[in-house]
Ligand binder design. Structure first.
Ligand code: GLC
Ligand code: CA
Length: 570
């Protein structure tokens, strides 16, 4: 090996087809990561300029939320053109430059594919509006005549996940009130008709387009919704936002998680396998754990998000059960599992864990389970209502536990700073369709999408030379990257240490539980003597023998304090 290759081993092309199985993947929400040209919107050049930061963080891959041309009716998940870059975010050439810079730093690139719906500005939808009933152009989406004497009522009672009806009525080209189209999300997000071969072919083209540009993998948006059954028998469906799988045999719900959706992913697998190494994919599928295996199977997408820890309470027994179950499910699917606490759709976990103990659990919907912070947001999102030190302490403990588990770990930009949710965004500045379509009853997801603070000062705390497309609270300055880089005890320094150690320690996808002697303390071991102790209680506990490599809060007299995780080596 030449000295140069030895000092830049990551620059060599990877031949390891299994790189994803235990990868640490960092999610970038491009509009809010770094803004190179000062227009207030994060961009690809901004990401490229921050590659050294990403490399120092020690992640294996980035996943980019959509950067495609979009009116931003849903933060870019309303795609106008699947094979281009939004001019406000960059160009295809800048995408190539970013990919090359990331690859040179040994970081893989995962992009978001949004196959359930396009935007209403997509050429196909515009063509559908301009074409007559029953035309081939309409058949790429889900158009139906309305009910009532004059078709003035929606075809069925389905509602949008963002509130309001899931159907909008169009005006026919001749100016008369016309058909209705289905949109499970915002009105600007018409659902594709996946029974149409033309739709399938177009997505094959998209997957090849980005794979040919060197993209390593895909995150598949609402992967469990693509195929639907519009039989009139389901016209009076209960609220689609509620999980009511129990009313249907598995795979038979008219919208969610239908068995035939897997034909699509088997087809995509053939495309992924055309490449060397094969492209990877991870399904965003909000399905019960036992239904995850088919999405994650090597004949399908290969991996699926597991949101169980994200929805769990901070509780040792619940964490343990989730870990045991998901390792078993992953084993059965032939895949590795995934873990995640934060993403662009949920209240940041440092804030969820800071909520008062009596705050309401989620009311259900796609997010059900532990405290989701929605009630706190509705009550004004005041940081004064939070126990921020406790939130951060628990978040770091939970993250250090997660980073020691077999499988891949997904991190969301800003969590490495211990960033709190920005709960107090003025209504006039809010962008989330969930807020706009429910007249604010649902506060929405803008609070985790506020541009990152890089410096304690400057017009947008170093996000860029201009402003920020969502307002940053003043307290963001204390979380700035430059502040934390200068502080060996910062959350950022902790994430860097944890990710570096994980690389060193990560071996076979195995975990052995050890008896901790306490119900509120989890203890396990990974091959090679990597021992993990996580204290969910409030009392300090003794640590087993061994060298303490890292702990999420400082030890007290050699003991592990409450709400703290430690890694040891025998
Ligand atoms: C997924 C995305 C979310 C988006 C929705 C519709 O759940 O993560 O941000 O609003 O799909 O595309
Ligand atoms: Ca910009």
């Amino acid at each position: 090996m030449t000295p140069d290759a030895a000092s830049h081993p990551a620059a060599l092309p990877s031949t390891d087809a299994d790189w994803w199985r235990q990868a640490a993947v960092y999610q970038i929400y491009p509009r809010s990561f770094a803004d190179a040209n000062g227009d207030g919107i994060g961009d690809l050049a901004g990401i490229t300029s921050r590659v050294p930061y990403l490399a120092a963080l020690g992640i294996d891959a980035v996943w980019l939320s959509p950067f495609y041309p979009s009116a931003l009716a849903d933060g870019g998940y309303d795609v106008d053109d699947y094979r281009d870059v939004d001019p406000r975010i960059g160009t295809l050439e800048e995408f190539d430059a970013m990919t090359a810079a990331l690859h040179a730093a040994g970081i893989k690139v995962i992009v978001d594919v949004v196959p359930n719906h396009s935007s209403d500005r997509h050429v196909w939808f515009q063509e559908a509006l301009a074409s007559p009933r029953g035309s081939a152009a309409r058949n790429r989406y889900i158009f139906r005549d309305g009910k009532g004497d004059n078709g003035e009522l929606p075809p069925n009672n389905w509602v949008s996940l963002f509130g309001g009806p899931a159907w909008d009525r169009i005006t026919e080209p001749d100016g008369t009130p016309g058909q209705w189209y289905l949109h499970l999300f915002a009105s600007e997000q018409p659902d594709f008709n996946w029974s149409n071969e033309e739709v399938r072919e177009d997505f094959r083209t998209t997957l090849r387009f980005w794979s040919d540009r060197g993209v390593d993998g895909y995150r598949i948006d609402v992967a469990h919704a693509l195929t639907k059954n519009l039989d009139p028998a389901f016209d009076a469906l209960l609220d689609v936002r509620q999980g009511h799988e129990h009313l249907f045999v598995d795979g038979q719900h008219p919208i969610w998680d239908r068995d035939e959706v897997h034909e699509i992913y088997a087809d995509w697998r053939r495309i992924f396998d055309e490449y060397d190494p094969p492209r990877i994919a991870v399904a965003e599928a909000w399905v019960p754990a036992h239904r995850r295996a088919r999405y994650a199977s090597p004949e399908g997408l290969g991996q699926a998000f597991n949101f169980d820890l994200l929805m769990a309470d901070y509780d040792a027994a619940e964490f343990r059960r989730i870990i045991v179950d998901n390792l078993a499910f992953a084993d059965a699917s032939g895949s590795s599992t995934t873990w995640v606490f934060s993403n662009h759709d949920v209240v940041r976990h440092a804030t969820r864990y800071a909520l008062p103990d009596d705050s309401a659990a989620s009311a259900g919907g796609i997010m059900s389970g532990g405290k989701d912070g929605k009630q706190w947001l509705r009550e004004g999102g005041d940081p004064a209502a939070l126990d921020i030190p406790r939130g951060l302490r628990r978040a770091k403990a939970a993250t250090l536990l997660m980073l020691a588990l077999p499988g891949s770990a997904y991190l969301y930009q800003g969590e490495e700073l211990g960033l709190q949710e920005a709960g107090q965004i003025p209504a006039a500045d809010r962008q989330d369709p969930a807020f706009l379509r429910t007249q604010g009853e649902e506060v929405g997801r803008d609070g985790c999408r506020v541009p990152l603070p890089w410096t304690p000062e400057g017009p947008s705390f170093g996000f860029g030379p201009g402003g920020a497309h969502l307002p940053q609270p003043a307290w963001f300055s204390t979380y700035a990257v430059s502040v934390q880089e200068a502080d060996a005890g910062s959350t950022l320094a902790f994430y860097r240490q944890a990710l570096a150690l994980r690389h060193e320690l990560q071996t076979a996808e195995e975990l052995t539980w050890l008896d901790s002697g306490r119900a509120d303390v989890l203890r396990f071991e990974r091959p090679g003597g990597w021992t993990v102790v996580s204290n969910f209680g409030t009392e300090p506990v003794d640590l087993p023998a061994g060298e303490v490599l890292l702990s999420s809060s400082p030890l007290v007299d050699g003991r592990l304090p409450g709400e703290t995780t430690a890694w040891l080596r025998a």
